[in-house]
Design a protein around this ligand. Structure first.
Ligand SMILES: [Zn+2]
Ligand SMILES: [Zn+2]
Length: 616
């Protein structure tokens, strides 16, 4: 069964059982305390805690989804059989139980068994179950134990674990949580360690695969004033479940690793074509590239851009790791093109945001590659020399914090990459020393950044006149964007923008220099639209609505769930000329703009052109 089929069967099954399919939420969580979305329940947090009304907002207590997730904790592990950075999670929920409409433990267990046994035809005799044994003042989950037995799982295949294994959540510091039960799948004796106590969560072997986690959410972890954490009863009980999709696909395909299923193998084969090495010789490195490239596509499609901050830094880190590992595999130039195309094609049916993004993704990968290319080889040379010197001189296998920071600052090596390189040589990095050097550097550069005016941060412009000028240029930027797409084609997409009271700067994807006729045409059409005195209207809507209505989104920006959309239209004919997701501010009518003039058209970087323009 293909991964597409399994995903669909899961959603169909629960829909038939009265669940509402909810779309995956963004990888960028609404809660700023977590870096990425790492579980399907994150978008439902307020419903699970009872602070929001699920019936009012969804019309039902029963929900099902396939959620994109990203975890940074296992990056170093990627390359083995099962770890990923980006992954998908299947889940179903019953939010707030009541006797008529909600279900709790029994309902969740029955549904899980029915889906696995009747729909996916997995062998129930291979299921082992774990339950919560009771710890930290919370009772053993006797009820779950009895239900599993009643549903045909014999006592000897039910194991009990404590708070580390069988108690789930909260996803951040505080919030809804509860004991859980997991369905593990026995792959058979040949995968086992042969010990007598071998079973689910065995620390000696990988015989048992954890497939489905059923969380019986009935507690809320809260922080008391004295800093102590306690578990309170939630006002309502919920079911929250999660299946690691990649694992399930591997198991259904009878493969030991998701990298050998339809999720990855065709991708790895595309990459293999561009390498002089073979997958079977270099499994780990091929897997790292496949995993990280998939992750990068999803991060970039969310509007994350490689930089040195939080999410952007994670993207930079995986992109640079791809590049370093790509060097080991001696990948040919341009290897990313068929690989990214394959990925977008594979996922765009499920995750709309990828659709049509091949070029944008490739441009960002390419830009980051160019940036790193210059220094990667030199940095590696420097690193080799450093190691040689250390081996000659001393017996201590440690790279000092300052040295690691030098590699970061001068050659752009993420600290984790220095650690990885060091590990390969049997060295360690003085992490504390690095952090110290890093902090000092940050304080210096932050002081510099505040003096700069970037993006459309008009609020910081201060005086009223400057702000009005910048507002007019901002509206002109929207007109320019639309005009460029009309004259040069729909491929044109905003890649950056910077507005000062004096001029606008607009970066867009386009693969050649514009001709002087084209520049003239663009100028003329912008001026024509200014003269037609179009109206500018602001509307608020959900991000999804905005995107499906065809509103342009600034590709690098990340957006909240609700956004404002600015439409520039002819008030008489109602014809829409421009529609963009944007925070504003804008003028009310285009006649306020004056005359538009392009000062310069130049290359900004590969595949990206830059226009500087003014209003007279
Ligand atoms: Zn074992
Ligand atoms: Zn705008």
């Amino acid at each position: 069964m293909t991964s597409e089929k399994i995903r669909q069967k899961f959603l169909d099954f629960f829909e038939k059982k009265g669940h509402k399919i909810i779309p995956s939420s963004s990888l960028i969580p609404a809660d700023p305390t977590s870096l990425f979305t790492s579980a399907g329940m994150q978008q439902l947090n307020f419903y699970l805690s009872g602070e929001k009304d699920v019936l009012r907002d969804f019309g039902t207590r029963h929900l099902v989804s396939c959620q994109k997730c990203f975890r940074t904790g296992d990056i170093e592990e990627v390359g083995d059989e099962s770890h990923h950075t980006f992954f998908e999670m299947l889940g179903n929920w019953s939010v707030g139980e009541d006797s008529e409409t909600g279900y709790f433990k029994e309902g969740a267990i029955k549904l899980a068994l029915e889906f696995f046994c009747d729909v996916l035809k997995l062998d129930k005799k291979r299921f082992w179950i774990t339950i919560f044994k009771g710890e930290k003042g919370i009772r053993r989950d006797e009820k779950a134990f009895l239900i599993w037995q009643k549903e045909g799982i014999p006592e000897e295949r039910i194991r009990e674990f404590g708070i580390d294994d069988n108690f789930w959540g909260p996803v951040t510091e505080i919030g809804p949580c509860g004991p859980c039960s997991e369905i593990h799948y026995d792959r058979g004796e040949k995968f086992g360690c042969g010990r007598e106590d071998c079973g689910p969560n065995c620390s000696n072997c990988q015989r048992f695969i954890e497939l489905w986690n059923l969380v019986f959410m009935e507690f809320k972890k809260v922080k008391k004033e004295n800093g102590e954490y306690i578990y309170e009863k939630l006002p309502q009980r919920n079911i929250d479940t999660g299946i690691g999709f990649e694992r399930l696909v591997a198991l259904s395909a009878r493969k030991n690793s998701s990298f050998e299923t339809d999720l990855f193998l065709p991708l790895i084969q595309e990459i293999e074509k561009k390498s002089i090495k073979k997958y079977f010789q270099e499994k780990r490195n091929f897997r790292i590239i496949a995993d990280h490239l998939r992750a990068s596509c999803f991060l970039i499609a969310e509007g994350i851009f490689p930089n040195n901050l939080d999410k952007g830094y994670v993207l930079r880190r995986v992109l640079r790791r791809i590049q370093r590992v790509g060097k080991i595999l001696e990948l040919k130039n341009g290897w990313e093109v068929p690989a990214v195309k394959w990925l977008v094609k594979k996922y765009q049916g499920v995750y709309l945001e990828l659709s049509g993004k091949e070029n944008d993704i490739l441009i960002i990968i390419e830009k980051e590659k160019e940036r790193f290319e210059k220094t990667l080889s030199e940095g590696l040379k420097y690193f080799e020399k450093l190691i040689e010197k250390k081996i000659e001189k001393s017996r201590e296998k440690v790279i000092a914090g300052k040295e690691a920071f030098f590699l970061y600052e001068s050659y752009g090596f993420p600290s984790e990459m220095v650690e990885e390189l060091a590990r390969e040589k049997g060295f360690q990095v003085d992490k504390q020393g690095f952090d110290k050097a890093f902090k000092k550097h940050q304080e210096i550069s932050r002081a510099g950044a505040e003096r700069k005016f970037g993006g459309v941060g008009i609020d910081r412009l201060g005086n009223e006149e400057a702000r009005e000028k910048a507002t007019r240029l901002h509206t002109a930027t929207h007109l320019l964007h639309s005009v460029l797409r009309k004259i040069l084609g729909e491929k044109v997409k905003q890649m950056g923008s910077d507005i000062s009271p004096e001029r606008l700067r607009f970066d867009f994807s386009f693969d050649r220099k514009m001709t002087s006729q084209e520049i003239k045409k663009v100028e003329d059409l912008v001026n024509q639209k200014i003269k037609e005195d179009l109206e500018v209207k602001k509307t608020e809507m959900s991000l999804k609505e905005a995107l499906t209505s065809g509103a342009l989104a600034f590709f690098r920006e990340k957006y909240p769930e609700r956004v404002s959309v600015y439409t520039i239209f002819n008030p008489k004919t109602k014809e829409v000329f421009s529609k963009e997701i944007c925070g504003g501010p804008h003028v009310k009518k285009t006649s306020e703009l004056g005359e538009f003039k392009i000062k310069k058209e130049e290359s900004s970087s590969r595949g990206v052109r830059r226009i500087r323009a003014v209003l007279k």
